[in-house]
Every structure is written in structure tokens, then in C-alpha cells.
Write a protein that binds this ligand. Structure first.
Ligand code: ASP
Ligand code: MG
Length: 412
């Protein structure tokens, strides 16, 4: 018998048929003796549709109203799920985020949880009900409905698993786990049985879309074991824990991210304070800077390049151009034809050849590296966007990620 928080969303609850399939799974599980709490996010692409409607009626819709609108998607899905469950003999009750006890700050469309008082969920469980909670939502101190942001239902699920002291939290998606590369690009990509929080965090920060990074961070902080599974195959999936596997692979995965653009501020003066001034200005306009490279200066001037989300490129360019005079820069240029490929693996910390092999692999495929950045367990290269898929495949092959870790090279 297990006590589990299960999260379903998007394609797994896209329509009435899918809701019935999920409800059937939950009802069977319950009859086997497991106790579950469900977290549901909006059906199919409903969140996108609601956001589109908001922008159709107003140029700049107020955050309060956007949150009221979007959370309706989750509310609809959880009520339908509760009906389907009850119909299958598993009595269920739906709850909005507010009813489930999620208190948040009032930053609309990106609210942070401040407190959870899950009394009604505990009570529903005690009455033999399956609680079905609307994801990604809560209520602010002012009593307004708040939305946690895109993908926030994963966060709801992890937070509930923590406060209810569940055995683990299951995140259901349309792929059966965490893979060594995006299976749409690499047919040989391997599902990992286990992965550490740290590796999965690096993966989500470098382009792996699911589960949501914020939820992985929360799970790591509170030690909530995560299972990433498919609501289509119902196979065991990938377990994410704080424990490192005994025989750890050197490299776990290769990720890619085509959502960024590169900016270069060239010919800036090489003196203290220049980088501080540039990046403070960008931070003040809420631009999220990632890979940063500053060249060695020659004759007192240098170039600074960095990546930003493509959606923020115009804001970043305007901000940087405003500093040309002050920084004595020659020019600000933008390039939206880039992509980033990254290798992730806790084992690279003790294996010195990984970076060299990565660069050699890209070179032998004729792929030029424009920027490089690293963390203790990640190496990222910025390359041309058109080379991205080839880079992912050739790195996957070179590091033998299609094989069982025990059958791969043990040194690079
Ligand atoms: N429905 C919301 C979204 O699509 C929240 C979620 O899925 O977690 O972003
Ligand atoms: Mg979603």
C-alpha cells in the first residue's frame, strides 16, 4: 500500500475519453489499496487557448484577470475528473487551489507559495474520498485567485506530496520517463531508470521541457521522490531521488535548447565596472541572461557575448544599445540563429576527458562551437541552430548513451 500524489495534465486529460482512462487507472489503484491525491492541470492546450483569448480582447490584460481566466482551465479539468472517478465507483471531490489550502503572494501569473494548509484534503481522505486538486493555483493574502505560471501544476503536486508526507509524487506526461536525449531527435534515446535531482535540474535548465524546473527544485529541497511516467503506457518510468546510483554513468543525457538568442557588445572598455553596469541594466529590465563570455582584451578593449531568451531579445538589445556611449562600446549585435547543446552527468566531475571528447565530436561533425559554458555536472556549447539536431545525435552516439551505463567506456 502506498500513499501517492499523482499529477495529470495536458494531453493525458485532453478530452472526456482521456479523463475516463485516467479515472479508471486511479479507481483500480484505489481498489488495490493505494491511497491517492490527484493534481490536474488544464485539458489539452486549453491554457494556450485561454491566453490567446485574453490577448484578443485586451492589449495588456491585467494579471489579476489573467489568473482568474487561466485557473478556470484547471478548475474545469478537476471537476470533470472528480465526476468520472465517482462514476467509476471511486468517490471523489474536486478542490480549487484555494480550497486545497494554497496561500501565495500576489505576483499574478507567477505566484509563489507562502503556506499550505491542506485541512480539507486530509478531511476528504479521511472520508474515503479521492481529492482532486486544481494545479498551479492558490489564493493571495488579498483573497484573489493566483496562478503559479506555466507548468505550475507539477509544483502543486510536489508541494502537496511534501506537506501530506506522501510516499512519492508521480508526474504523468506523454513520454514514459526521462530520456538520454529527446526521443523525437534521437530514435535510440534511452529511458533512464533513475536520475538524481541535480542532474534532472541541469537537464531542465538546459532545455528538457518536463517536469517543470521549479517542481524539480522543490522536490530536491524537500526530498520528495519523483516518478516521471506516461499516462499512455502506464510503464514504471524514471525515478528521481537524491541518491546517486552505485555505478554511476559518466554522462546521463544530452539536451538541447533552441529558445535563446546571442547578443554581443563589442569594443567595450576593459575596466572595472563595465560588466556590472551592463548586466545590472539587463537585470533591471528583467532580462534573464545565461551563457556569458568575455574575451581577453587587446589594447584595452574587449567583447562581451551572452545568451538571452529569444522572446527577450528586443528588450535586451534596446537596453544594451542605451549603454553604448557610457561603456565606450563600438556596437551591439544580435543573433537569433543559435542553439545550445549540453551534456549532463554527475560522473563528469571525476572524468577529465569529457569536455575534450565533446569538442572533438562536434569538430568531427564539422560543427563550429561559438560559446562554451560549464557547471560541475554540465558542459554546454552554443552552435548554429541548423546544426542542433545533428549535434545532439552525434553526441548521443559518441558517448554511447544508447547503451546500458555498464557497457559504456569508463574513461574518456
Ligand atoms: N495548465 C498550465 C499550463 O499549461 C499549468 C500546468 O500545466 O502545469 O502551463
Ligand atoms: Mg500543461
Amino acid at each position: 500500500m502506498a500513499f501517492v500524489v499523482e499529477k495529470f495534465g495536458g494531453t493525458s486529460v485532453a478530452g472526456p475519453d482521456r479523463i475516463r482512462v485516467v479515472a479508471d487507472h486511479v479507481a483500480r489503484r484505489r481498489s488495490r489499496g493505494d491511497e491517492t491525491v490527484l493534481v490536474v492541470s488544464a485539458m489539452g492546450s486549453e491554457t494556450d487557448e485561454l491566453l490567446r483569448m485574453a490577448s484578443d480582447v485586451a492589449a495588456d490584460p491585467p494579471g489579476r484577470e489573467v489568473d482568474m481566466l487561466i485557473t478556470g482551465g484547471e478548475r474545469k479539468a478537476c471537476a470533470l475528473m472528480a465526476m468520472a472517478l465517482s462514476d467509476l465507483g471511486a468517490p471523489a471531490e474536486s478542490f480549487t487551489g484555494s480550497q486545497a489550502g494554497f496561500r501565495t503572494d500576489s505576483s499574478h501569473t507567477g505566484a509563489k507559495i507562502t503556506q499550505i494548509t491542506p485541512g480539507r484534503i486530509i478531511d476528504a481522505l479521511a472520508r474515503g474520498m479521492v481529492p482532486v486538486v486544481g494545479g498551479s493555483q492558490g489564493v493571495s493574502g488579498d483573497g484573489d485567485v493566483t496562478f503559479f505560471g506555466r507548468g505550475g501544476s507539477d509544483t502543486t503536486a510536489v508541494a502537496l506530496a511534501h506537506v501530506l508526507d506522501a510516499d512519492y509524487c508521480e508526474i504523468y506526461t506523454d513520454v514514459p520517463g526521462v530520456f538520454s536525449a529527446d526521443p523525437r531527435i534521437v530514435a535510440e534515446a534511452r529511458r533512464m531508470e533513475t536520475i538524481s535531482f541535480d542532474e534532472l535540474l541541469e537537464m531542465t535548465a538546459s532545455g528538457c521541457p518536463k517536469p517543470a524546473m521549479r517542481a524539480v527544485e522543490l522536490a530536491r529541497t524537500y526530498g520528495v521522490e519523483l516518478h516521471v511516467r506516461s499516462a499512455f503506457s502506464w510503464m514504471p518510468g524514471t525515478t528521481v531521488t537524491g541518491e546517486e546510483a552505485m555505478e554511476h554513468a559518466i554522462i546521463s543525457a544530452v539536451t538541447h535548447d533552441a529558445s535563446e538568442a546571442k547578443m554581443t557588445v563589442s569594443g567595450v572598455a576593459d575596466r572595472p565596472g563595465v560588466a556590472g553596469r551592463l548586466f545590472r541594466t539587463l537585470a533591471d529590465t528583467d532580462v534573464n541572461v545565461d551563457v556569458i563570455v568575455q574575451n581577453v582584451s587587446s589594447r584595452g578593449v574587449t567583447d562581451i557575448s551572452f545568451t538571452v531568451p529569444r522572446s527577450q531579445l528586443d528588450t535586451a538589445r534596446t537596453a544594451a544599445q542605451g549603454l553604448i556611449g557610457e561603456l565606450e562600446a563600438d556596437d551591439v549585435s544580435a543573433d537569433d540563429g543559435i542553439a545550445r547543446v549540453s551534456l549532463i552527468g554527475a560522473g563528469m566531475q571525476t572524468n577529465p576527458g569529457v569536455a575534450a571528447r565533446m569538442f572533438e565530436t562536434l569538430a568531427s561533425a564539422g560543427i563550429n562551437i561559438e560559446m562554451i559554458s560549464t557547471s560541475a555536472i554540465r558542459i554546454s556549447c552554443v552552435i548554429r541552430a541548423g546544426d542542433m539536431e545533428r549535434a545532439v545525435s552525434t553526441l548521443h552516439e559518441s558517448f554511447e548513451l544508447d547503451k546500458d551505463p555498464a557497457d559504456r567506456a569508463s574513461v574518456y
